[in-house]
Write a protein that binds this ligand. Structure first.
Ligand code: TTP
Ligand code: MG
Length: 418
């Protein structure tokens, strides 16, 4: 949707019914250009193009002010400057964009583990499991936009719908800096008037074939007998187009590891020797892992500990839990046991991590007498508060001691496949 200039922008009011619209598509606005403007506030409000100036360079992206002149991604720079001679051209700094991308993606990871990263500046989130803690899909969309802005100064747009396809269309329409919710009951109404090009993957030859059949809108595609569609574009495309045009899209969110594990690890600025400090860090990490398990509505059947010494020797130890759990206290107890078995004995530690493994869907099986009840209640209260006030707002009382300084903060190994 990068050629849009925002003139056809559509956003939802506060009263929109977002029930069931739990798939979010989040996409940063004019990403490379917006990052450049953070360093050059004097360029705000001006037509800015990011790309090389050399002969055959192309536009990577442009601010919405430049798009108003018809400038768009992948256009030859020479052509862009014909359309908008007063545009300011800035060279791309890809390293910087990757850094911002990571920061934004880690905000998504804190919302839910159900994140599918699509490109450097966009992702799908399934917030079905996160609703209990963070509110309705529209509330979560607002929360994401606020956190991204507070943390990076960048704006993004969010589409919320029942399916990936519709969510992505919606975020494109909400641009820039908006939210569009498509209530499931209004999916048809939303799709029908759109041009056939809106159907994912339609371009070039397929579009021509559909036009030859006299099809112009998504409604035309939904209504034409499937046989006619098959002979025009082939069986596979016909089925897919027909499904999408009718508002059906069975694709699920595919996370990097499809959530085989959820972990956090921390690299210390100065190596740590004191075992009590390391155990306190394990509590903090377990706490975060537990919160993410609960947000995803999954339980862990195993725990793994990762330890890296200052000489980069790295050890991993894991064990099964007696019972699947999402209670941080249980993850902590197991990880401390694993830690003690390693007999660190004064070797300086550079990194420590906790990972929940053997994940399964659903609440833990509860026997008549539930020994974890109190922990569960306490932790779910913490979840609610964090949902409202942010991840760092609430910590276990035993963590209220100075912590060693860290290099780069916690990472999410479960999400990155490390
Ligand atoms: P997009 O999300 O497609 O575009 P955008 O973020 O610049 O603008 P918007 O989403 O508001 O429409 O792409 C993200 C970044 O990827 C973009 O900032 C630059 C880069 N990119 C290219 O380098 N070449 C391209 O052809 C496209 C489409 C994007
Ligand atoms: Mg974008």
């Amino acid at each position: 949707m990068s050629r849009q200039d925002g003139r056809a922008r559509r956003i939802s009011g506060d009263d929109v019914d977002d029930t069931g619209a739990h798939i979010l598509h989040v996409d940063l606005d004019a990403f490379f250009a917006s990052v450049e403007l953070l360093d050059r506030p004097d360029l705000r409000g001006k037509p800015v193009i990011v790309g090389g100036r050399e002969g055959r360079s192309v536009v990577t992206t442009a601010t919405y002010e430049a798009r108003a002149y018809g400038v768009g991604s992948a256009m030859p720079m020479a052509r862009a400057l014909q359309l908008c001679p007063k545009a300011i051209v800035v060279s791309p700094r890809h390293e910087l964009y990757r850094l911002y991308s990571k920061r934004v993606m880690s905000i998504f990871d804190d919302i839910t583990p159900m994140v599918e990263k699509l490109s450097i500046d966009e992702a799908f989130l399934d917030v079905y499991g996160a609703r209990r803690l963070l509110g309705s899909p529209a509330a979560i969309a607002r929360l994401i936009r606020q956190r991204v802005y507070d943390d990076t100064g960048l704006t993004c747009s969010v589409g919320a719908a029942e399916t990936k396809f519709v969510a992505k269309l919606a975020s494109g329409m909400a641009k820039p800096d908006g939210v569009l919710v498509v209530p499931p009951a209004q999916t048809q109404e939303f799709l029908r008037p759109l041009p056939i090009r809106a159907l994912a993957g339609v371009g070039g030859k397929t579009e021509e074939a559909l036009q030859r059949l006299g099809l112009r809108t998504v409604a035309d595609v939904a209504e034409i007998p499937i046989g006619a569609l098959r002979s025009a574009v082939g069986d596979a495309s016909a089925t897919r187009l027909h499904e999408l045009a009718s508002g059906r899209d069975p694709r699920q969110i595919v996370t990097e590891q499809s959530e085989k594990s959820i972990g956090h690890e921390i690299t210390f600025h100065d190596d740590v020797v004191d075992p009590a400090t390391l155990e306190r860090e394990l509590l903090r990490l377990s706490d975060r892992v537990g919160a993410r398990l609960r947000a995803a509505g999954v339980t862990a059947g195993g725990v793994a500990l990762k330890l890296r010494y200052s000489d980069f020797t790295t050890l991993s130890r894991s064990r099964r839990l007696p019972e699947a759990t999402s209670v941080a206290r249980r993850l902590y107890e197991s990880s401390v046991e694993l830690f003690r078995e390693l007999e660190v004995r004064g070797r300086p530690v550079r990194l420590i991590g906790v990972r929940a493994e053997r994940l399964s869907e659903g609440a833990p099986s509860m026997s008549l007498w539930d020994p974890d009840e109190e922990w569960r209640d306490a932790e779910s209260t913490v979840d609610q508060l964090r949902g409202r006030f942010g991840v760092d707002a609430v910590t276990s009382a035993s963590l209220l001691t100075p912590r060693p300084s860290t290099a780069g903060g916690t990472r999410h190994p479960g999400q990155r496949g490390t």
